[in-house]
Design a protein around this ligand. Structure first.
Ligand code: SAH
Ligand code: DHB
Ligand code: MG
Length: 218
């Protein structure tokens, strides 16, 4: 089915997204610079853009920049005067992302911070509240990142967590893959959490079978 999922994503993107020089250049530059091709898909990027606009987000927080592909989609959703902070462990990834954001004309809106996200988040208290948080880094830390997103949010803040289905791996309670263990810990902390309303949606497409958590801070 994978080929057909890809073909349908291509169809949707052809109809609804159109050509996009900055994003095409970003993906080409990422490949040239040796970054792994694990950015969100084009249709998912457009969804992030729409959700951030629907939320009226003026302050966006991203955990896991890579080459800034999702960052570009999110930053484009910001109104004049809006801003986005994105946290990235790898200096090389951050450097490539900075170049890509320059290409996209978004450097004035985006602040890339290099280092472990847990440290970046801990140091961010003065910058709260954020209106919209996209979490897409090391999956073993997802429950911590969501706890931090709640702390740095406000009632109504939107939280999205990428890659929570992993070809169905999420239901493997015996898994010793730390990403699966981390994702299950995320669902445990979301379950009956008094601070959030949450769901998770499975997806198929250019990136295979996966899914995302969508949550709103109470
Ligand atoms: N959001 C990006 C993809 C992110 S890939 C997009 O869709 O375009 C995951 C990124 O998280 C990688 O660049 C990886 O280096 C980064 N990462 C991994 N562990 C991290 C950590 N502890 N703190 C911050 N970033 C981390
Ligand atoms: C991986 C990470 C991602 O954020 C993603 O969207 C796909 C794969 C990974 O670490 O393998
Ligand atoms: Mg991801």
């Amino acid at each position: 089915m994978g080929e057909r999922w890809q073909a349908v994503d291509d169809y949707i993107a052809g109809k609804l997204l159109g050509a996009d020089d900055a994003l095409a250049t970003t993906l080409a530059n990422n490949a040239e610079q040796g970054l792994p091709p694990i950015d969100v898909s084009a249709t998912q990027g457009k969804m992030l853009f729409l959700l951030a606009q629907m939320a009226g987000a003026k302050r966006i927080l991203e955990v896991g920049t890579l080459g800034g592909y999702s960052t570009i989609w999110l930053a484009r959703a910001l109104p004049d005067g809006g801003s986005l902070v994105t946290l990235e462990l790898e200096a090389h990834h951050a450097q490539v992302a900075q170049t890509n954001l320059e290409t996209a004309g978004l450097v004035d809106k985006v602040d890339i911070r290099v280092g472990p996200a847990a440290e970046g988040l801990a140091a961010m208290t003065d910058e709260a509240p954020f209106d919209f948080v996209f979490i897409d880094a090391d999956k073993q830390s997802n429950s911590h990142y969501v706890a931090e997103a709640i702390r740095l949010g406000r009632p109504g803040t939107t939280i999205i967590v990428d890659n929570v289905v992993r070809e169905g791996g999420v239901i493997d309670a015996e898994s010793d893959d730390e990403r699966i263990v981390g994702t299950r810990a995320l669902f445990d902390m979301l379950s009956d959490n008094p601070r959030l309303d949450a769901t998770a949606i499975q997806t198929v497409g250019a990136k295979g079978w996966d899914g995302f958590v969508l949550a709103r801070v109470r």
